[in-house]
Write a protein that binds this ligand. Structure first.
Ligand SMILES: [Fe+2]
Length: 318
């Protein structure tokens, strides 16, 4: 596969305090250089002899490929980040930034702070949308890579020396300020609108328990912290518990096979949370049976191990 060059996105003569000469050199030498390297690497990979024996060049070329590809993509985003007056963040994007960073000012302080920390070193500062969490995050991408898996960067600041040295010398602070003065916020907003359409990774689906409500381990932890009354029942199967060493602190174990023996000890006025080892069947079945009997019951998604994975307190299982 051959990668194609993208035309320069910003109009260099409109920029405020960043010269056309700097943009031209950056586009031609660094963006163009990355693209040419990328195509050369791709060709080399295609030509590799991938017979039965492992080829030691493959891993090296694949590492070089990711650097060249990310450099290409991030340079395209960098040039597309410039061309505005940097002033007003459009309302909808501003409220999303405020939701995830506290305020636009706070976001700006963090973004500029990261860039300043990279002065004298190298790397990218990116504002990235993460579909899994439906939120924006500022990130560093060193070595043209380390991008967040599944993240969609919508604003990029190049902090490699080649991006500013020609004009700003070692004065990275003046370069960062000039970048911020030239951000094209309406283009960032459009990229944000595209990014939020990216679907998050598909969650675990248990169709057979589709109508049984679940509760996350984080929500259970919050209930316990806030003192909300809740009856937590560990329903790991008996054969499993014979080798279990710990149990969620605050839970009582009940044999899921003998529901009729212990259902009478539960209160109908307080919510019930059930769980099993991983959160698949037993906890769901028990919650379902309790709901049919009129209890406000939910199963804890992820079960015992999800609780342990958030470092929820456990005690010795006796
Ligand atoms: Fe660059």
């Amino acid at each position: 596969m051959r990668y194609q060059l993208a035309p320069l996105h910003c109009r260099p003569w409109t920029l405020n305090g960043i010269s056309a000469r700097l943009i031209e050199s950056h586009y031609e030498n660094n963006y163009g250089g990355a693209l040419n390297r990328l195509n050369a690497i791709s060709e080399e990979i295609e030509r590799l002899d991938l017979g039965d024996a492992p080829n030691p060049s493959l891993a090296r070329l694949k590492r070089d490929e990711i650097v060249a590809l990310n450099s290409t993509l991030l340079h395209e985003l960098y040039f597309a980040s410039l061309g505005g007056d940097g002033r007003v963040v459009p309302h909808e994007l501003a409220s999303s930034i405020a939701k995830d960073f506290g305020s636009v000012d706070r976001w700006r302080q963090e973004f500029v702070g990261i860039a300043s920390a990279l002065a004298g070193g190298s790397g990218w500062v990116l504002l990235t949308y993460v579909p899994r969490d439906g939120r924006l995050i500022n990130q560093i991408a060193s070595e043209h890579s380390q991008s967040i898996a599944g993240g969609v960067p919508i604003l990029a600041l190049d902090m490699y020396e080649h991006a500013f040295h020609l004009e700003f010398g070692a004065n990275a602070g003046a370069y960062i300020a000039a970048f911020m003065r030239n951000i094209d916020w309406s283009a960032v907003k459009q990229r944000y609108e595209d990014a939020i359409k990216v679907a998050p990774p598909r969650p675990l689906e248990q169709k057979e328990f589709g109508d049984v409500p679940s509760i996350s381990v984080e929500e259970v932890r919050e209930m316990m912290k806030s003192g909300t009354p809740v009856q937590i029942i560990d329903t790991r199967p008996k054969h499993y518990t014979t080798k279990a060493q710990d149990i969620m602190d605050g839970a009582v174990w009940r044999d899921p096979e003998r529901l009729d023996d212990w259902i009478g000890t539960l209160s109908k006025t307080e919510p019930v949370v059930t769980f099993c080892v991983y959160g698949f069947h037993i906890g769901c079945q028990t919650a379902s049976a309790l709901r049919e009997a009129g209890f406000d019951a939910r199963y804890m998604a992820g079960g015992h191990y999800a609780w342990k994975a958030i470092k929820g307190p456990v005690k010795l299982f006796e």
